[in-house]
Write a protein that binds this ligand. Sequence first.
Ligand code: URA
Length: 241
Amino acid sequence: MRLNKYIAAAGICSRRKADELTLAGKVKINGVVMDQPGYDVKEGDRVTVDGRLIGGPATGGKTAERKVYYVLNKPKGYITAVSDDKDRPVVTELLTDVEERVFPIGRLDCNTSGLLLMTNDGDFAYHLSHPKNEVWKTYRARVSGIVTKEREAKLRKGVDIGGYVTAPAKVTVLKQNANSAVVEIAIREGKNRQVRKMFNAVGCKVLDLERIAVGTLRLGRLLTGHYRRLTRQEIDALLAL
Ligand code: URA
């Protein structure tokens, strides 16, 4: 089995993150650093990530924790990570009664709230975060200024966010006030701070940002800071995207 798949299957992280860890020299096979994500893990190989044994003979070959799937309504002020070297609050702290080592799928800025999927299933995470699957992510943004028809059309068609032109988006102005607006925007990409940069590109500033849906899954009435398990139907619907 390919090394990145093996690591993801052990519930450590996504395949992409496994590649990063491997290239960074954090992965060892039988005590020797292995920096090739494409390495084919053999029966009996002893694989460690950051010094931690995952599978291999010493653990009886068991790599798999029970797979779990959660949706969290992330509050502002939390970093989307499993740990932080500056000791800031991280999203995994909010899943207080979850014993499995879950990690977030994709990323929300510290100052963004809303729907965040958490799992220990690397394949599930890979499916949802791989750009080729183009999963729609929907946000509700409160922005400064007037979202004119012209600005709306630009956002919809694609804007330059600094050397990258965004793919077509879905945009609905829900409310226009004197100096601000509430806009629903759905994108299929996930560039760093993309929604904020898109509004900046048309002369508006994001004042508040909440993710309200990922693919078919909506945040619904889940309270801020709360989480729940996904149902089997919800998991299957996300896998079908
Ligand atoms: N776009 C942003 O600007 N921030 C997020 O957190 C998500 C999408």
